[in-house]
Design a protein around this ligand. Structure first.
Ligand code: SAM
Length: 275
């Protein structure tokens, strides 16, 4: 009989600094039957650092189907399994999607164990809009297809997050400038590591940089919506109207702020100040 009590743990691992693994993640690593990872040579370093010797098996893009079957068999025997990738969250520009779907279909438990993810680390320090964003991950490695992908994002009004390899970043920046025009952008490199650095500017400024090394997240401001230029004062009558209709102030502010793509906190403060 299938044992539905077994759990697949999706565990985030450090994106550089080994101290960014949580005590909870270490407990999971110690207690599961096996840890499925992209590259055992890489993951064994992390586990040895914490004196953990749980069995590692590979789960990567080229054996996803087969490895999924093996992991499902373990879960059927009631054995817990952890899935990790080389860095950050599994499934975020990393393997795991096939397995997670199969585990859901078969009715086993899934739990996530939190940790860093390069895109989120980069976003919060970027200085770009964090209210809404699109995590895109890697663009296609073929320039013509990458350009097509970028064109599909032209009208998207929120911050765009890309992963990029150092040998492609200069070409990608030029392509982004060509497609998006001169928007604000940020290169976040080597996050959590010794040479962590944020290069902030416009796309035009960033295209003058050369020899950008290390692991890179590229963030680009979304399309500026003309509505963003609107003054907060001009929106107050609309907030007031909703309040008169019976909306709670916070809800009225939120709806108008969302409609005009302005900060709800700033609009709220302005509304309260004007009262
Ligand atoms: N699963 C990972 C995550 O949750 O962030 C992403 C894995 S993806 C294969 C690797 C890419 O993530 C790198 O090419 C780079 O774009 C980005 N990345 C990973 N670690 C990073 C770091 N320490 N600093 C900046 N970017 C990083």
């Amino acid at each position: 009989m299938v044992n539905k009590n077994a759990t697949l743990f999706l565990v985030a691992t450090p994106i550089g600094n080994l101290n960014e693994v949580t005590p909870r993640a270490l407990d999971v690593f110690r207690n599961v039957e096996v840890i499925a990872c992209e590259d055992t040579r890489n993951s064994v370093k992390l586990l040895t650092h914490f004196d953990i010797h749980t069995k590692l098996i590979t789960y990567h893009n080229f054996n996803e189907e087969n490895s999924t079957k093996g992991i499902i068999s373990l879960l059927e025997e009631g054995k817990d399994v952890a899935l990790i990738s080389d860095a950050g969250y599994p499934l975020i520009s990393d393997p795991g999607y096939v397995l997670v779907n199969e585990v859901i279909n078969k009715g086993f438990n899934i739990q996530t164990i939190s940790g860093p993810s390069a895109g989120i680390n980069a976003l919060v320090a970027s200085g770009l809009n964090t209210n809404h964003y699109l995590f895109y991950g890697f663009l296609n490695s073929k320039p013509t297809l990458a350009k097509k992908e970028l064109k599909e994002l032209i009208d998207f009004p929120y911050t765009l997050i890309f992963y990029e390899a150092p040998h492609r970043i200069e070409k990608t920046l030029k392509m982004c400038l060509e497609v998006f025009g001169n928007r604000k952008a940020v290169i976040a490199r080597e996050l959590t590591k010794l040479h962590e650095e944020y290069l902030r500017g416009t796309l035009e400024e960033l295209t003058t940089l050369t020899d950008i090394k290390g692991e890179i997240v590229l963030l680009i401001e979304g399309k500026i919506n003309e509505k963003q230029e609107i003054s907060l004062e001009s929106l107050l009558p609309q907030v007031e109207q909703l309040v008169k209709q019976g909306y709670k102030t916070k809800k009225a502010v939120q709806d108008i702020a969302n409609e005009y793509n302005v900060s709800k906190n700033e609009l709220y403060n302005q509304y309260v100040k004007d009262k």
